[in-house]
Design a protein around this ligand. Structure first.
Ligand SMILES: Cc1cc2nc3c(=O)[nH]c(=O)nc-3n(C[C@H](O)[C@H](O)[C@H](O)COP(=O)(O)O)c2cc1C
Length: 248
């Protein structure tokens, strides 16, 4: 009898320790997420001598690829500028405007150009569906259904010329949001930049973008310059919870 009670006591204490551990782990994940997002900020100056590791860059590229998008359209291309030559080409696109962002072109470790399709069409969508078929996500009936019904959404948001770039651009911003958190997690500094000259980028990167892509924003990544990055020391400023969150 004594032995049974002892065994029961051990089982109960082990179970309760497991539940406690689970709760602690859950709490620390939440804390970690808030810490990541509180610590991340927009860097205003980079240390040219510091480079993102190949391993971290591979993670960042995979995060971009894995980003979700409406009807799994993936209407994007991400051009990762690594070499000095490509950085110089990007720097040249600031000749007319947004010069405040220009130093990042050559001082950041990498710059990612987010490009979105301007006329996302049925042929583009077919390629995504082919990949879904190959991954075993759907059969022929599902494929046909997606091509007629789901694609109707991309058609519905297009103008009379088939331009649905406002919708494809919105998808690219999801990838930006995803990667901003990843960068915070990896302790890599970053600068999202809408201050880029889309027309100049279109000319300079015509070959890489192809005919029907536009780039209206980019992201610089790397490590801040301790002396020049004034933004790092400033407190985070956001609207109060009650101004932006409505719980019903
Ligand atoms: C889509 C987007 C575009 C932005 N464009 C620029 C930019 O061109 N140059 C810049 O210095 N900061 C840019 N920012 C940074 C914002 O000003 C910054 O995120 C905002 O003030 C909040 O500050 P925090 O990122 O430091 O938390 C951009 C941010 C986002 C999300």
């Amino acid at each position: 009898m004594k032995k049974t009670i002892l065994i029961l006591a051990v089982v109960v204490s082990t179970l309760s320790a497991c539940t406690q551990k689970e709760e602690t782990t859950k709490a620390s994940v939440g804390t970690q997420i808030i810490e990541d997002l509180s610590n991340r900020y927009t860097s205003k100056a980079y240390d040219k001598t510091k480079r993102v590791s190949a391993e971290d860059l591979a993670t960042i590229e995979e995060v971009l690829r894995l980003s979700p998008s409406s009807i799994n359209s993936q209407p994007w291309k991400f051009i990762v500028i690594k070499s000095d030559e490509a950085k110089q080409r990007f720097s040249n696109t600031f000749n007319k405007k947004y010069q405040f962002n220009q130093p990042h072109a050559t001082n950041a470790s990498e710059i990612i150009l987010f490009a979105n399709k301007i006329h996302y069409n049925k042929e583009d969508f077919k390629k995504r569906l082919d990949a879904s078929m190959a991954a075993g996500r759907m059969n022929q009936k599902g494929y046909d259904n997606m091509l007629t019904k789901a694609f109707g959404f991309a058609e519905m948001v297009a103008d009379e010329n088939g331009n649905n770039s406002h919708w494809t651009k919105a998808q690219s911003y999801i990838a930006l949001g995803n990667v901003l958190h990843t960068l915070a997690r990896l302790n890599i500094d970053s600068t999202p930049m809408e201050g880029v000259d889309a027309d100049e980028i279109k000319k300079e990167f015509a070959k890489e973008l192809g005919d029907d892509y536009e780039c209206t924003f980019a992201l610089a990544i790397g490590y801040h310059n301790g002396e020049k990055d004034y933004n790092r020391k400033l407190p985070k400023a956001r609207m109060a919870k009650e101004d932006v969150i409505i719980e019903l």
